[in-house]
Design a protein around this ligand. Sequence first.
Ligand code: ADP
Ligand code: MG
Length: 233
Amino acid sequence: MTKIYGSGKNAVTALDGVSLAVRRGTFLAIMGPSGSGKSTFLHCAAGLDRPTRGEVVLGDIRLAGLGEELLSEIRRDRVGFVFQSYNLLDSLTVADNVGLPFRLAGTPVPTDRVRAELAGVGLADLDDRYPGQLSGGQRQRVAIARALVTAPDVIFADEPTGALDTRSGKQVLELLRGVVDRTGQTVVMVTHDPVAASHADAVTFLADGRLAGELTRPTPDQVADRMTRLGDW
Ligand code: ADP
Ligand code: MG
């Protein structure tokens, strides 16, 4: 797909003919220098934004043909998104944050599902706290529980460990790895960190909005070496 922001003299080609298939039930990392189009790719793939040309197919659903209403239904039911900055609502408790996708959909919140997801990310006892009372790693685990609570086919994560210390980051990566291994859901994660990328089954590299190679079963050293050659460091 191709994504062009703006038009005329101000046009920026963020993605230039990127074609990528992600196998169901796998964990893919996407790496590349800053500005290479990683977030743009993730937003288009998740239906948060539309590509200028080309199309996104999620399972058997072509997003391009969908109107706004159906698209937001797909986003809600089939896709989970995790951001670097957590994007929790500070005025809601942990449990209410996790139940938010149901509230937004106007359907009853399945409190046992919420509880189970919180237990799954190791936060069963913190359900009535507020985000402001949690560490960064705990907040990101709440965000992951919220992404998982609708049982989506695929979870997109944009630098989910970017704001975390090594230890909390490792917990988040092991959670995402476990989701793929236990439930067969698909995870696509953008990261800057070769160690984070090594938790994935494969890494795809982007440079200047184009595909720039891939590694399967990546080691941190292989990833770092490839990134150096892309000119990131
Ligand atoms: P990455 O996540 O790899 O750092 P992005 O996908 O955020 O890269 O950005 C790719 C390119 O598109 C950059 O040149 C960026 O400045 C540009 N870009 C991103 N979002 C917008 C936007 N909303 N409007 C205009 N240009 C944008
Ligand atoms: Mg980005």
